[in-house]
Design a binder for this molecule. Structure first.
Ligand code: BGC
Length: 502
C-alpha cells in the first residue's frame, strides 16, 4: 500500500512538473513574442522621431525648395504653381454664386449669397456626397457627366428662387483639388492625378472646358467662371473674414498649401500682370521631398505599392488617405511576426481597409477597456485581443499621427520663413522687432475632425516658432472654406454681376 502511494505521489509530481514546464515554456514563448512586438514598436518610434532640430531642418528645406520652385519651372519638387489670383475677397462682394468642389473623397455643391458685407454672407444650400470608387478610375466623360448630372439635380431642386422674369445666367466656381497648370483664373490643364484617382484621357485637357462641355450637353445655362485649387478657396475664405490671412493649408485626404507671394519674387513668371503686386502661389507641397524626412520601411512599402510611386512623398506621410494604411501595415507586420493578434486576418492584408477616421477613433478612445479599439480591430478580422494589445494599437496610431502633425507644422513654419513671418529676420522683412499678426487658414477633415492631430500640430508649431513669435501666428480652422471661398473668389473677380441679389 505504502509503495503504491509513493509511486502515485511520484507520478503526480512528474505530471505536475511537466505541466509546469509546458506552462513556463509557453509563458517564455509568449514573452519572446511580446518582446518581438515591442521591438517592432520601438523601431517604429525611433524611425518616426521628429525632434525639434530635425523639424527646423525641414523648415529650412521647405523655404529653400519654395525659392527654387519660384525661380524656374521644374527647379524644385515643389511646383509653386501660378494661380492668377492677385486680389482676395474682402467682404464687399455681392451676388449669388455656385461652387462645385471635387475633393479627394467627397464632392460638394454649394450656393452662396453675398450682400456686400462680411456679416451678410449666406450659404444657402450645401450638398455633400462621397465619390464612388468606380468614378476614380473611370474616364473623363464619365467623371464630368456625373458632376454635371449632380449639379443639374441641385439646380432643379432649388426651384425658381430668383423669381425673375428674365432667364438667369448662373456663374460657377469649380474647386478642383488636384494639381493644375493654370492659364488664367478660369482655365488650366491637369498636371497629374493624386489621391488614388487615375482617370485616363485627361492629360493636356482644360479642366474648366471639360466641365463646361458636360454642362452644355445637359443644356444647363451655367458658366464655369473660375477654376480654383482647394487651398486657394480656403485662403479666399480666410481672407474674406480676416485680411491678415496670407496662407492656407489643406489637411484632408491629401495635403497642400498656398500663400500670397510678391510678384517680383516669382522669377519664373516674366510678366505676371497683377495690379496688387502679389499673387497666390499653389505650392503643391504634397510632392515636397527631403532626405531628412523620417521615412520608415512602412512608408517605402506603401509608396512602392501605390499608383504614383516616387511621387507625393510628403503627402504620403501626412495625408488622411495614407495614415490609416501606415497604421495597418504596422499591425500587419506585428501579426505576421507573432500571434498576439490571433490568426492572420486576410482583411488586415487589404490595402487602405483601415481609414484614418478609424485611426482617430482608436487614438481618442477614452473607454477604460478601449472598446472602440476592440470594435475596429474586429472589423479588421482581429477579435478578442487583450487590453495590452489594444493599448499597443493606440500607441501605433499615436506615433504615426504625431509624426504627420509635426511634419505638417514644419510645412507651415516653412511658409512663414519664406515670407519673413517666422521671426528669424530672414525673407522679405528684416526687421526682427516688428512681428505682424499672421493668419493661416486650415481646412480639411484631418485637422477639423482629428483632435490629436490638431493638438500635436499646434504644439509643434509653437515649439518651432517659439512663444514670442507664435503669439502673432493664428491658425484658423475653416470648415467648408475651400468651397465657399471659391465662390467668394469668383465674386471678387467679377466686375459685372450676372445674378441680382436675392
Ligand atoms: C493635390 C492638391 C490638393 C491637395 C488637398 C493633393 O493631392 O495635389 O492639389 O490641394 O491634395 O486636397
Amino acid at each position: 500500500m505504502g509503495r503504491v502511494l509513493v509511486m502515485l505521489t511520484a507520478a503526480a509530481a512528474v505530471v505536475a512538473c511537466s505541466v509546469a514546464t509546458v506552462m513556463v515554456r509557453r509563458r517564455m514563448k509568449g514573452r519572446r513574442k511580446w518582446r518581438r512586438v515591442v521591438g517592432i514598436l520601438k523601431d517604429l518610434e525611433e524611425a518616426c522621431e521628429t525632434p525639434l532640430g530635425r523639424l527646423r531642418q525641414m523648415v529650412d528645406a521647405i523655404a529653400v525648395e519654395m525659392q527654387a520652385g519660384l525661380v524656374s519651372e521644374g527647379g524644385s519638387k515643389l511646383k509653386m504653381l501660378l494661380t492668377f489670383v492677385d486680389d482676395l475677397p474682402n467682404g464687399s462682394e455681392t451676388g449669388t454664386y455656385y461652387a462645385l468642389h471635387l475633393g479627394g473623397s467627397y464632392f460638394r455643391i454649394i450656393k452662396v449669397h453675398l450682400g456686400g458685407q462680411r456679416s451678410s454672407l449666406e450659404v444657402q444650400d450645401v450638398e455633400r456626397h462621397s465619390i464612388p470608387t468606380s468614378l476614380m478610375n473611370s474616364t473623363s466623360e464619365v467623371l464630368f457627366d456625373f458632376l454635371a448630372s449632380s449639379l443639374q439635380r441641385f439646380i432643379e431642386k432649388e426651384g425658381n428662387d430668383f423669381n425673375l422674369s428674365q432667364p438667369v445666367k448662373r456663374e460657377l466656381a469649380f474647386t478642383f483639388s488636384f494639381p493644375v497648370k493654370q492659364t488664367s483664373i478660369s482655365s488650366g490643364v491637369l498636371i497629374k492625378w493624386t489621391k488614388g484617382f487615375a482617370i485616363s484621357e485627361m492629360a493636356g485637357e482644360d479642366i474648366a472646358e471639360c466641365l463646361q462641355g458636360a454642362l452644355n450637353k445637359k443644356g444647363l445655362d451655367i458658366r464655369v467662371a473660375a477654376l480654383v485649387n482647394d487651398t486657394v478657396g480656403a485662403l479666399s475664405f480666410g481672407h474674406f473674414h480676416d485680411p491678415d490671412t496670407i496662407a492656407a493649408v489643406v489637411f484632408g485626404t491629401g495635403s497642400n498649401a498656398c500663400y500670397l507671394e510678391r510678384t517680383d519674387a516669382i522669377i519664373k513668371c516674366q510678366n505676371p500682370r497683377t495690379t496688387s503686386g502679389s499673387m497666390v502661389v499653389n505650392m503643391e507641397w504634397g510632392n515636397f521631398w527631403s532626405s531628412r524626412l523620417p521615412r520608415t520601411s512602412y512608408d517605402l512599402e506603401l509608396d512602392a505599392e501605390s499608383m504614383n510611386s516616387n511621387d507625393m512623398g510628403f503627402e504620403k506621410m501626412i495625408g488622411g488617405m495614407y495614415l490609416g494604411d501606415i497604421v495597418r501595415r504596422v499591425i500587419l507586420r506585428m501579426s505576421l511576426e507573432s500571434d498576439i493578434f490571433g490568426p492572420i486576418s486576410s482583411i488586415l492584408s487589404t490595402p487602405f481597409v483601415l481609414r484614418t477616421n478609424s485611426v482617430s477613433a482608436m487614438h481618442e478612445d477614452d473607454t477604460s477597456e478601449l472598446q472602440e479599439v476592440a470594435r475596429i480591430l474586429k472589423d479588421l478580422g482581429v477579435s478578442e485581443v487583450p487590453l495590452k494589445v489594444r493599448k499597443l494599437v493606440v500607441k501605433i496610431c499615436d506615433i504615426v499621427t504625431r509624426r504627420a502633425a509635426r511634419l505638417a507644422a514644419a510645412g507651415i513654419a516653412g511658409i512663414l520663413k519664406k515670407v519673413g513671418r517666422d521671426g528669424s529676420g530672414g525673407g522679405r522683412r528684416s526687421d526682427k522687432q516688428i512681428m505682424r499678426r499672421t493668419v493661416v487658414a486650415v481646412e480639411g477633415g484631418l485637422y477639423l475632425n482629428y483632435r490629436m492631430f490638431r493638438e500635436y500640430m499646434d504644439e509643434a508649431l509653437r515649439d518651432i516658432l517659439g512663444e514670442d513669435v507664435a503669439q502673432h501666428v493664428v491658425v484658423k480652422a475653416m470648415e467648408d472654406g475651400s468651397s465657399i471661398g471659391s465662390a467668394l473668389l469668383l465674386a471678387s473677380s467679377q466686375s459685372v454681376q450676372t445674378i441680382p441679389s436675392v
